[in-house]
Design a protein around this ligand. Sequence first.
Ligand code: SF4
Length: 732
Amino acid sequence: MSKLIATAVIRGANTLVKRAEEMLKKAIAAHGEGYKFEFPDTAFHLPMIYAMTGFAVKTLGDMKKALEETKTMLHSVPEEKLWRPYLGETLDSGMATLFAEEIILALRYIEGLEPVKDAETGYVYNGFITDTIQRNLGIQLVDGTLPGFAVVIGAAPDDDTAVNIIRELQEKSILTFLCGNVKGNNVTKQLLRKGIDLGWDTRIVPLGPDVEHALYAADWAIRASLIFGAKKPGDYKGHLKYQKDRVFAFATVLGPMDDIIWTTGAGAINMGFPAICDSDVPVIHPTGVCIYEEVEKELDHTKIVQKSIEVRGLKIVVEKPPIPVAFGPAFEGERIRKEDMFIEFGGQRTPAFEWVRMRELGDIEDGKVVIVGDKWQEKFEKGGQMPLGILIEVAGRKMQRDFESVLERKIHSNINEAQGIWHMGQRDQNWVRISNNAKKDGFTLEHLGIVNAVMTHKRFKSIVDKVQVTLYMDEKDVLAMLEDARKSYKERDQRVGNMTDEAVDTFYSCLICQSFAPSHTCVITPERLGLCGAYNWLDGKAAYEIDPTGGNQPILKGDTIDKIKGRWSGVDEYLKKATGGAVETMNAYTIMDNPMTSCGCFECILAIVPEANGVMIVQRGHTGMTPAGMKFSTLAGSVGGGTQNPGFMGIGRNFVISKKFLFADGGLKRIVWMTKNLKESLKEALDKRAAEEGVPDLLDKIADESVAEDSEKLMEHLAKVGHPALEMPSIL
Ligand code: SF4
């Protein structure tokens, strides 16, 4: 144990506790001891103090008590001549530092000084990390999408070095928090100067400009053991062990050290998080408190990320396809604005599709990428818009036709994880953009094929032996192949068409959208497919068989609580766990009472039209007005986000033809308005279902945009045709 480090840590802790005391005194003088405080959106008070001591700090008076307790952990700096072991005192001081920093930041919140807004750039730092984000990230940590997290403190020697370090962390899927500064400069500013997108979507989260802001990261970590680890407040041993064993965090310190960095680092070491510095510091190598070394140095910035990962004991295998841009889940949240876009495909602008088709082993050539089109290179070089058909053909001894849609859904990640390439939607509603930067880096159409071929192999190695990708670039070819693709989508949808919810004892969840809508879980039953339309019950089953720890998990139905509304004990139990308590119960067959939550990628929105005693359905891509008085885009803003909104619901388009569609609300006869597009695409099945319901001419009675775009005209139409909804019991 270095005496220099121990001295700096103990001195730093004393400084911070004193600062906290002075600030608290002023705050009490201004607001009184009874003044209440809580960090934004947390149920855990001052989380570090709460987890370690069990004491819930709710007022300024409570902060005073907590600070008194903190003082008992302070020590005197080591004496010059007399040698004594001081590891314990150093660690005590580190913990005192975390408590003091938590109180300082809480007081700064009270005075409106947090989150910090940078005076020079106007950039607003993240500040405290809310419980909502915590729960969202928790799932990604559990499923391995986020293998660990780094707190990068200070500033790199130059902007390019900062970018390289952060890019390497992103490529390794590490969530990166930024804080601290070196003479006013820091990695946040360095990245901003280089035009790098910051925020949760890109996994680079600036917490604040001072070292003390690292406490927000520590607060995030400690809530993992409270929320996910079920450790009790006050069980400090349990919490610290959980942190060391399960929360793979480390600090990378760029620039010179000072007392505050050392003492904050000592707080982190308590939690098992080592610090790796880029300066010539004394090191602490004995293991025990951390898995390996506690303090290490690496002067070479090209090696500091790898060294940090090794010291924390993380095992990260980067599966990067051979493409000229970075690749990894950290890039999945990137948006490509129109002005940054080189070319786009689909998105209702050009014909497009994506389709995975199973073939025999002898039919395809593994790894082959074929691009079909007249002068496609020249057209691509011009940028703008182009048609695009992506056909991925796969073969394998364990491959089954039922797995096609599971592989197909992963096209979203295959493409989106490439830096500068963006993907949305699925099947014949897909939309792809390539950014100017990606084009400049050399990304071509061929790479679009390669990324799908390589990643399909990697993600599904247990079932896929061969993958061949064909890209169709001419409109006539895309339209011709689209016919076949649609037939295949339809066949898949029909395969589950004859199954019933009563006939199975297991449903499947889909948690894929939780990265966007943390409290959203699709419950997929044989008679209700996922909101995006890409996952039905068979897909969920297949996905679970392919990857038992993946995003589709079995849900044992349990007892039927309400067979009319579609409520089961096992589903309720599952939802509570999967949404961290945000959703307690759900009814699968009604829009009015605890309906399923919606994320953001629903194919259609179902909305109540109270005056018509029925519902309307509008699909994504419809730009006209609806009788609800809102366009699809406005409706989508109020439906999504993983909340339950009685009267509004996102659905997959094929749910409309299910026998369980609004079963508790009166079924199909409730539809008073739907777009022409939906009527036409579902006509055959809708007519069949309407006949089964005893209203064979229902489709003619349902209004569309050619008849009414407002509720007044809708009501006239319904009265004229004698729509059955007008005679049904009130939907409200
Ligand atoms: S909408 Fe539902 S089924 Fe579709 S990807 Fe999202 S969670 Fe899965």
